[in-house]
Design a protein around this ligand. Sequence first.
Ligand code: HEM
Length: 152
Amino acid sequence: MPRLSRYFLRASLLYMLLGFTVGSLILMQKAIAFAPSLWAWLPVHVESVFIGWMTQFALGIAFWILPRLGPTRPRGNEIWSWGTFLLLNAGIWIGWIPVKGAAFLGRLMESMAILLFFLGNWPRLYPSPWARNSPRNAKNTNASVHQDSSVN
Ligand code: HEM
């Protein structure tokens, strides 16, 4: 697994922990009203589970598993996806700052992060060159399928 995917997935699991913890606390508060100020943490709960956990988990797996472009730069220019990781996480935290405009700026950064991921990984959505030339894709006999079963 590439280093960036490990970062995405570790961060994702940390946000899952945070989101569930905050969600549980708010749920408890609903039941026995021990700390009404916990409601202020609802945006942290929602952002953690949707963006921090679920979105980031999907991005980490996608970066790992999308088709590779070849042996030298298998994931193309990785700068785009590193930018995604940094911008997405910075956007989450900036969005939580309780000042006017911070939520907007945070969301803007998250949107830019997704755009970067799109730009960096769109070129990977093609058949790998070696698979394109493989006998498996030549509409051939069963023999060629077995012969080439190690590809991909
Ligand atoms: C897949 C996981 C989850 C997602 C996507 C999610 C999403 C959300 C969203 C969008 C809201 C806001 C609803 C609103 O603004 O009206 C919310 C509220 C809430 N969530 Fe979650 N949540 C998740 C898991 C959990 C868990 C595990 C807990 C607690 C154990 C929890 C506890 C709460 C509570 C207490 C509220 C406030 C409900 C209310 O307004 O009365 N959530 N959640």
